[in-house]
Design a protein around this ligand. Structure first.
Ligand code: THU
Length: 137
């Protein structure tokens, strides 16, 4: 699957976000090595800190349903962002857990602005230098 298609799936997911408090909808589409795409979106809560980012919903859903299939890429998009969406620090930790502890292979992070005009790309490991670790893990 090419990046454009993966980004369009992230936009589709964003349409189903639950974001009544921020009004900022985000979608994420995770591509697995077998071609499966698993999507998520931000899920807010009236108790604000309980909300989840789109990336975390998608990555955790992928890890819960396909724990033994490697994640190769994640596209992140928001119809409400003029700039490419970059994952928050917490989501970088969640990506780092998949990269370092679970699969031992890096993940391409594809970040889009609202019109998919500007697309940035980075590897998950580069987005979190000096990630938290213990016991050498
Ligand atoms: N959000 C995401 O879902 N992903 C990001 O990368 C940045 C922020 C969500 C969290 C919250 O629901 C809303 O966007 C505003 O911060």
């Amino acid at each position: 699957m090419n990046d454009k298609t993966l980004i369009s799936k992230a936009f589709e997911a964003a349409e189903k976000a639950w974001a009544p408090y921020s009004g900022f909808r985000v979608g994420a589409a995770v591509l697995l090595e077998d071609g499966t795409v698993i999507c998520g979106n931000n899920q807010e809560n009236r108790a604000y800190p309980l909300g989840s980012c789109a990336e975390r919903v998608a990555v955790n859903y992928a890890r819960a349903t396909c724990p033994n299939v490697r994640i190769v890429a994640i596209a992140i998009a928001s119809p409400d962002s003029e700039r490419p969406i970059t994952p928050c620090g917490g989501c970088r930790e969640v990506l780092a857990e998949a990269v370092r502890a679970q699969q031992g292979a890096d993940i391409r992070v594809i970040m889009s602005d609202r019109s998919a005009d500007e697309v940035r790309e980075a590897m998950a490991a580069d987005l979190l230098p000096w990630a938290f670790e213990f016991d050498g893990r």
